[in-house]
Design a protein around this ligand. Structure first.
Ligand code: 26W
Length: 827
């Protein structure tokens, strides 16, 4: 068995077959007669897991021998997507597995489809973390991901008969998930509540503190092994799940109190039960706070345990690990490390604070005020009394320095205090993250500038070298090579090398083919091929007939949020619908056909976003069933957006929409994926759109609207004069039609419209006409294929810098101080 399962031996197809059968019979276990697709998927996946396990043992052994510094990425969300195809491609075993499965009568492609998609994240932040893990392994960086293994991932979405969002629990662990290895040997106790003991240290005569938690739970490790492309280095994503200290209270059980007997277990399991479905809006729930602490306490314990395993002292922590806080959700790591260093390692405050600052760095992903976390002092004091005491101490020492430069009788001190007195006394988590880190980064050029000059302005003046920009990126393995195999092949054969897969800058060589007609034809044919796949999906899943040839596939996919302006998109659809309806037969023949796709989930408590989904579906229903429109225009809402669905949609897109109110979208990452796949961008001057314009050429992006600097004036005018009075007539009449009840009961959408007519916070009225004009520009450009495909090819050729490989290199150099450490090749 040892030889049979070794990744260093046995990767010819016959051996793979033996390994698959072995797992089918012994791991599942099934017999070869009840061999079904799902079982085949599982058995195949276990053979991949064997390889990865062995590679990961070797990787850890090697990193430990070399004592290299490692990055530890703490994130409360990971949106990994399906695993099998990615692993098979990264290990370069696709042909072998195809052959092995063909022998059993299965197509590898179909087996991939058996896998469900673990949705342990909400959106951009979680998917970015997943792209980073792929890059870190591919480029041989010693790195760990740390997160939570939720029992239930992001809810599954369907659309009800009224067009409304319906949520269902995502029971992703109902069947085994073969890529996650439960580590039963690693069980870490995590405390909550309790009291603080004060005592005098005999040696130094100084006062010391010790926290005595009154409740404990256990953090158990679940490891997902992360393969890199074309390398043996295999890193680990460690996800914690929560277990009770005591499974069953036998005394209660004996007394007949069966419910009480399992109370402990249920309370503990609650902590990692479900992912909070909020994106860009804090829910402020105690359980969420417990999740955050549970994550960081388990993670720091593990990092320090691994440091000590190397027989190194706690003073070496900042040379052992660079710990990245993915947004403020893991900020409690700062007081937790301080507590360990002071109360358990007995360091002085100066030593402990210095180690803490040198260990952590923090990435900000959003500037929306409603997304900035602030936790009540009362809640923290109750759950984590010692941590609250430490936060107060950090604040005290920090404000001592601020006071020295505060010339405005306390104004600055109040603004910069980690503790805010407003409707409640609250800890500002972002402030704490900034103070406790050595570097703070934004995720695109414009976003970092807004952080430096507006949101964190005072902190930027106070710590001028702390703020840096690291523009996001996406992994070209999943987002081009795997999801668009035909385009991947064309690029490789054209460049006569597949080096671009791990060095995306090579794409720039495509520039010379941008106007080559033969190349353009091949490029366009691949787009059509991918569009047909989407067309078939829409027919099968939604029973909607859409065209393909000569039809623009226009797509907006992202979480539903007012700032992302899906509402503006659907209002424009109404505009075009009305326009077509007024046309003569003759005029209609000249219309550029288009399908407008929208997909995305709304947080269950975000009622406005849910209304927007409802409106989209109502509008879609009217337009798609209007015989006067026919195939000239369709609106399609695709339910249950996921990483897997994105992999189908992105290669099939002609133009994608990234139309946020300027200044609101920190970066965006799907915009990068579309460009990489030859899709054009219709976008505002926001986030990474701006950098895409710089790198792919302004003339290759459909940009419209004002700059973020101009937004405050427009908002001010809306407030002073009323948005309705400033609204273009076209939009006014569209709102009128909705109010008349064209798309359902008149009252239904009143709230949505009142906001547009009143303050219009996201300046939809102001941007509506420029948006429509640019959409028209998109449609007329599509009628000039030579120009269109040139733009598409140049966009892709300019997207080399969009790789997360570039992003991670910047993190490694500017923030973490880590270097690649490739395993020696074994022949
Ligand atoms: C506490 C509630 C909550 C949950 C999630 C607040 C904020 C978040 C995330 C930080 C929101 C998010 O995912 N932000 C997105 O991060 C991406 C990766 O950097 C960016 O590309 C997106 O522009 C940004 O919206």
């Amino acid at each position: 068995v040892e030889n049979l399962l070794s990744p260093y031996l046995g990767s010819d197809f016959k051996n793979l077959q033996k390994q698959i059968v072995y797992h089918l019979e012994h791991t599942l276990p099934r017999n070869t007669k009840t061999f079904q697709s799902f079982g085949t998927y599982l058995a195949t996946s276990y053979t991949i897991r064997d390889r990865l396990l062995q590679l990961s043992h070797d990787t850890q052994k090697y990193y430990n021998e070399k004592k290299v510094k490692q990055a530890c990425y703490i994130s409360i969300e990971y949106l990994m997507g399906r695993f099998l195809r990615n692993a098979v491609l990264n290990l370069n075993l696709e042909e072998k597995y195809e052959q092995a499965l063909a022998g059993f009568g299965y197509a590898l492609e179909d087996i991939y489809d058996e896998e469900q998609d673990p949705a342990l994240g909400n959106g951009g932040l979680g998917r970015l973390a997943a792209c980073f893990l792929d890059t870190l392994a591919t480029h041989n960086y010693p790195a760990w991901g740390y997160g939570l293994r939720y029992n239930y991932g992001l809810f599954r979405q369907s659309i009800g008969s009224e067009g409304e969002q319906v949520e269902k629990t995502d029971v992703w662990l109902q069947f085994p998930y073969p890529f996650m290895v439960e580590n039963h040997f690693l069980r870490i106790p995590i405390g909550f509540y309790g009291s603080i003991e004060t005592y005098v240290d005999e040696k130094t005569k100084g006062t010391r503190f010790k926290w005595h938690p009154s409740e404990y739970v256990i953090a158990q490790a679940n490891d997902i092994l992360i393969p890199g492309y074309g390398t043996d280095n295999t890193n680990t994503l460690r996800l914690w799940s929560c277990r009770p200290i005591e499974e069953l209270d036998f005394d209660k059980f004996s007394l007949g109190d069966f419910k009480g007997a399992s109370e402990n277990r249920l309370n503990a399991e609650n902590i990692t039960n479900v992912l909070y479905p909020n994106d860009n809006e804090v829910a402020g729930k105690e359980l969420r706070f417990k999740q955050q602490y549970f994550l960081v306490a388990a993670t720091l314990h593990d990092i320090i345990r691994r440091l000590k395993e190397q027989k190194r002292t706690i003073y070496e922590l900042p040379d052992f690990a660079a710990v990245q806080l993915n947004d403020t959700h893991p900020t409690l790591a700062i007081p937790e490390l301080l507590r360990i260093l002071l109360d358990e390692e007995m360091l002085t405050w100066e030593e402990a604070w210095d180690i803490t600052q040198r260990t952590f760095s923090y990435t900000n992903h959003t500037i929306l005020p409603e997304a900035l976390e602030r936790w009540p002092v009362k809640l923290i004091s109750h759950l984590l009394p010692r941590h609250m005491q430490l936060i107060e101490a950090i604040n005290w020492k920090f404000l001592e320095k601020v006071r020295k430069i505060d010339k405005n009788n306390g104004e600055l001190t109040k603004k910069m205090s980690l503790i805010e007195n407003s409707w409640d006394t609250l800890v500002r988590m972002a402030w704490l993250a900034i103070v406790g880190s050595h570097k703070v980064n934004g995720v695109s050029g414009i976003h970092t500038n807004i952080l430096k000059n507006i949101v964190f302005q005072d902190f930027h003046s106070f710590y001028p070298n702390k703020f840096v920009n690291v523009t996001n990126g996406v992994t070209p393995r999943r987002w081009l090579h795997a999801c668009n195999p035909k385009l991947s092949e064309l690029i490789t054969s054209t460049l006569k090398s597949n080096d671009w897969i791990y060095d995306l800058a090579h794409l720039s060589k495509l520039r010379e083919y941008a106007e080559n007609e033969d190349f353009q034809l091949k490029w366009a044919a691949i787009k059509t091929f991918n569009k047909r796949k989407l067309q078939a999906y829409v027919k099968k899943e939604l029973k909607i007939d859409i065209g393909c040839d000569g039809v623009i596939y226009d797509i907006q996919i992202k979480r539903i949020h007012e700032y992302k302006r899906q509402l503006m998109n659907v209002l424009a659809s109404i505009h075009f619908y009305l326009k077509i309806k007024k046309m003569s037969k003759e005029e209609k023949t000249k219309v550029q056909k288009r399908v407008s796709f929208i997909a995305g989930k709304a947080a269950p408590g975000y009622l406005v976003a849910k209304k927007i989904i409802k409106l989209i579906n109502r509008v879609s229903n009217v337009i798609n069933n209007d015989p006067e429109i026919g195939d000239l225009f369709k609106v399609v809402y695709l339910p249950n957006y996921s990483v897997t669905l994105a992999e189908l949609l992105i290669p099939a897109t002609d133009v994608s929409e990234h139309i946020s109110t300027p200044g609101c979208e920190a970066s965006g990452t799907s915009n990068m994926k579309f460009v990489l796949n030859g899709g054009l961008i219709l976008g505002t001057l926001d986030g990474a759109n701006l950098e895409i314009m710089e790198n792919s050429g302004e003339e290759n992006v459909f940009a419209f609207g004002i700059t973020s600097k101009e937004v405050p004036q427009v908002k001010q005018r809306n407030i002073e004069q009323g948005a309705w009075n400033l609204m273009p007539e076209e939009l006014q009449s569209i709102l009128g039609i909705i109010e008349e009840g064209k798309f359902g009961e008149a009252d239904e959408f009143r709230g949505l419209l009142e906001e547009l007519k009143g303050v219009d916070r996201y300046i939809t009225g102001h941007d509506f006409i420029p948006y429509i004009k640019e959409l028209e520009n998109v449609m007329s450009t599509y009628q000039k294929p030579h120009k269109w495909w040139k733009m598409s090819i140049l966009g892709c050729a300019g997207s080399g810098w969009l790789s997360s490989d570039r992003t991670i290199k910047e993190y490694a150099e500017k923030i973490w101080g880590i270097k690649p450490c490739p395993l020696p090749k074994i022949e």
